[in-house]
Design a protein around this ligand. Structure first.
Ligand code: NAP
Length: 301
């Protein structure tokens, strides 16, 4: 079993320790395997993908590979880009009614002619392993954290706890307020048990840098490559980089590389920094597996 090889403590002049999402995800997977063994039925996840966005296909392949590794059954439903909204509605309703499967995931983004929100509303909240249904998002506001929590912010919380980052009474800044990452992330950090004091920074914030400079913990979920630079970070702060951005890089054979929302220079001032790739990405997939197991346990206890 992987163990974090350090305890977090304030450091100011050394390079940041890597907040290793890959190792944390591997550790979580080991615990999930045990829960899967104890399930009365094999967990079963349905992944629906519409259209041919190449990045989405890579994400779906990774999710299916994780299922295989853990012994979760997966069904992959591929629909062409020109599929009508009605057809996707029928697919979701059929999956809701199928007692042999426990989790439903609609891979985002959907083609532009589709209304993603109204499709999410149709998923049975008990099978909503993305945690995007209003019932599941609403439960977070109520402090009921035992259900389907969106995978990325849940993964960030798991990683912070695994690394023994002290959150209680600390000042956290979340950059971004999307329904899938920033907003639930802020709620989870402020929830009882985590107990951070949270500020949400967004595109209308007057001085994002000044807000970040006051933070003990910064979570960047913006979608702007390397926007957060070392002069935004208080020495010793913990920094989690949620961003996944593809940027041109002529030095790479493929002509591009992945960049986070945080500049690599931040490692010079932060105490802990999650890398991209290998940070939040693997945690997101691991939390999807965790939600699938939780959904199965809830439906077959
Ligand atoms: P999103 O829906 O586009 O939201 C971005 C947020 O950033 C918005 O709230 C926006 O503010 C805010 N923002 C934009 N420009 C800003 C600026 N200059 N200053 C301050 N705030 C600014 O994106 P998302 O879905 O939350 O994703 C964010 C990033 O995380 C992306 O790079 C995405 O690829 C990545 N991501 C990674 C994972 C993973 O598994 N690692 C999962 C999901 C997403 P407004 O609300 O005012 O527009």
């Amino acid at each position: 079993m992987h163990k974090p090889h350090h305890r977090w403590s304030a450091r100011s002049s050394m390079a940041a320790i890597r907040l290793d999402g890959k190792a944390c995800a591997a550790d979580l997977e080991e615990r999930l395997k045990q829960r899967i063994v104890n399930c009365t039925i094999q967990p079963h996840l349905a992944v629906v993908i519409v259209g041919n966005d190449p990045a989405s296909h890579v994400y779906v392949r990774n999710k299916i590979k994780s299922c295989e590794r853990l012994g979760i059954k997966s069904s992959h439903i591929e629909l062409p880009a020109e599929t009508s909204q009605d057809e996707v509605v029928k697919t979701i309703l059929a999956l809701n009614g199928d007692d042999s499967l426990h989790g439903i995931l609609i891979q985002s983004p959907l083609p532009s002619h589709m209304d993603e929100e109204s499709l999410t509303d149709l998923i049975d909240p008990k099978k909503d392993v993305d945690g995007f249904h209003p019932v599941n998002l609403g439960r977070i506001v109520q402090g009921r954290l035992d259900g389907m929590i969106p995978c990325t912010p849940a993964g960030v919380m798991e990683m912070l706890r695994w690394s023994k980052v002290e959150m209680s009474g600390k000042k956290a800044v979340v950059i971004g307020r999307s329904f899938n990452v920033g907003m639930p992330q802020a709620l989870l950090l402020a929830a009882k048990g985590a107990d951070a004091t949270v500020t949400i920074v967004h595109s209308r914030t007057k001085d994002a840098k000044a807000e970040c400079l006051t933070a003990d913990i910064v979570i960047a979920a913006v979608g702007r490559p390397e926007m957060v630079t070392s002069d935004w970070i208080k020495p010793g702060a913990v920094v989690v980089d949620v961003g996944i951005n593809r940027i041109d890089d002529s030095t790479r054979e493929r002509g591009w590389r992945l960049a986070g929302d945080v500049h690599p220079d931040v490692a010079e001032v932060a105490s802990l920094l999650s890398p991209v790739p290998g940070g939040v990405g693997p945690m997101t997939v691991a939390m999807l597996m965790a939600n699938t197991v939780t959904a199965t346990e809830g439906q077959h206890s």
